[in-house]
Design a protein around this ligand. Structure first.
Ligand code: NDP
Ligand code: HSE
Length: 441
């Protein structure tokens, strides 16, 4: 008998607890209620919300039966009539406690919480394994874009070399608004928050922590190794100025916050995994440069598949609910028919690369004394650090004794590039290092 032959009314109801009723939880509950019949057929049995945990019971929640609401998430997630727990509260310590107790009580868990997964994936996966239940987290990376499923299932037969992309909708929205409309950083962040893209504490977005959690998850799945949040080198967008954006645009680049995960082999032939998040200059000819608003896009380079690009809504209530509900259908089907989703596999166990060893390219914008010999002296200093220059551009300044130099390096070790930047700042002939931004693409 196939799932479509089943009469959903003949099978046990799958009970769902939703923990959190904010931007994501509200969309999950609405879509689950609106499409209950469709879900019953896809699952092979009816699905019903048994309870919803919130922190403030006095808030008005349109379209939600108030009898479902509770402020006791601990009790709800282990209740006998609950089979699947959807965690969309956010944070780390409290949801960790809830998710672990749900898993230990035999409930499958669906979470959109990248901070939790990036910090505690080992512990959560072990608890799910021990209890013989599912742990799904598709929405944790790039909301509606099926990145987790793609890495866990679709590319399970390939060798991934590199995963890079825009995985934070809030910062992409801010950078895009600053670039295309000249909006201020503060106004763009306020609008991203109003639209429901930002985290409860948007520091996580603008400091790059949210993207770093997603990078840790992508690197772990893509390279079958454990990469945690703390292993990811992380720089946010708070130092990016309107001047940086204008200078980038003039030179034919766009600034994006990129998450880059790659397998690198050092000079001794040892393989390691690097995961990093930082503002990055991308040539305007590259498809990532035109990813606007809160959209996300992920590039994957795999040995057999070649280059793949995934693009779509990376934040917001409904797009995130789409991913959560896809996971919920999977978890509920397994509750009805048996079986488990593909779990964690960290067999390759690659170490995390030292950030100083990572190969990268820099774009350095500085103001120098406009005198004979300065350029030759700078070129010699770069060379002494083993760095070769790809392009050098000089711009006239209003003060004729100054020149603005824009240098683009070839690929070099991150540690060597950081050393030359430190050295430049201490030179008499360098009046100011205006910006140092890495280049990709
Ligand atoms: P919100 O801040 O909008 O909602 C959080 C919800 O959790 C609220 O309903 C709040 O209750 C509830 N809550 C807070 N503390 C408790 C508690 N102690 N007990 C019970 N409920 C509690 O967050 P989002 O919906 O934006 O995000 C939820 C999760 O989804 C996060 O992990 C986030 O990273 C992730 N995510 C978010 C995306 C987005 O675009 N927003 C996209 C992808 C993932 P109350 O309503 O009473 O205040
Ligand atoms: N705050 C996150 C973002 C939500 O802006 O991308 C989606 O994970």
């Amino acid at each position: 008998m196939t799932v479509t032959d089943l009469n959903p009314n003949d099978t046990k109801t799958v009970g769902v607890a939703i923990l959190g009723m904010g931007t994501v939880g509200t969309s999950v509950a609405q879509l689950l209620q609106e499409n209950a019949d469709e879900f019953a057929h896809r699952i092979g049995g009816p699905v019903e919300i048994k309870g919803i945990a919130v922190s403030d019971l006095s808030k008005t929640r349109e379209g939600i039966d108030s009898n479902l609401l509770t402020d006791d998430a601990r009790a709800l997630c282990t209740r006998d009539d609950v089979d699947v727990v959807v965690e969309v509260i956010g944070g780390i310590d409290y949801p960790r406690e809830l998710v672990l107790s749900a898993l230990k009580a035999g409930k499958s868990v669906v979470t959109a919480n990248k901070a939790l997964v990036a910090a505690h994936a080992d512990e959560l996966a072990e608890a799910a394994d021990e209890a013989g239940v599912d742990l799904y987290f598709e929405a944790a990376v790039a909301a509606a874009i099926p990145v987790v499923g793609m890495l866990r299932r679709s590319l399970a037969g390939d060798q991934i070399q590199r995963i890079s992309g825009i995985v934070n909708g809030t910062t992409n929205f801010i950078l895009d608004a600053m670039t295309s409309t000249g909006a201020s950083y503060e106004d763009a962040l306020a609008e991203a928050t109003r639209l429901g893209y930002a985290e409860a504490d948007p520091t996580a977005d603008v400091e790059g922590h949210d993207a770093a959690s997603k990078a840790a998850i992508m690197a772990s799945l893509g390279f079958h190794s454990r990469v945690k949040f703390d292993d990811v080198h992380c720089e946010g967008i708070t130092n990016i100025t309107a001047d940086d954006i204008a200078a980038a645009s003039k030179a034919g680049y766009t600034i994006k916050l990129l998450a880059i995960c790659e397998r690198i082999t050092d000079s001794e032939g040892k393989t390691a995994v690097s995961a990093r998040v930082h503002p990055t200059l991308i040539p305007n000819s590259h498809p990532l440069s035109s990813v606007s608003e809160s959209y996300n896009a992920i590039y994957v380079d795999a040995e057999a598949a070649g280059s793949l690009m995934f693009y779509g809504n990376g934040a917001g209530g409904a797009p995130t609910a789409s991913a959560v509900l896809g996971d919920l259908v999977g978890a509920a089907r397994n509750k009805v028919h048996g079986g488990l989703a593909p779990g964690e596999n960290t067999y390759a166990n690659y170490p995390v690369a030292d950030f100083g060893e990572v190969p990268t390219r820099y774009h350095i914008d500085m103001t120098v004394n406009d005198r004979t010999g300065v350029l030759a002296d700078l070129a010699a200093r770069f060379s002494a650090h083993g760095i070769s220059l790809r392009t050098v551009r000089q711009e006239e300044q209003e003060r004729h004794e100054n020149a603005r130099l824009i240098l683009v390096t070839h690929q070099a070790r991150e540690a060597d590039l950081q050393a030359i930047v430190d050295e430049l700042s201490g030179l008499d002939d360098v009046r100011e290092v205006n910006s140092v931004i890495r280049l990709d693409g």
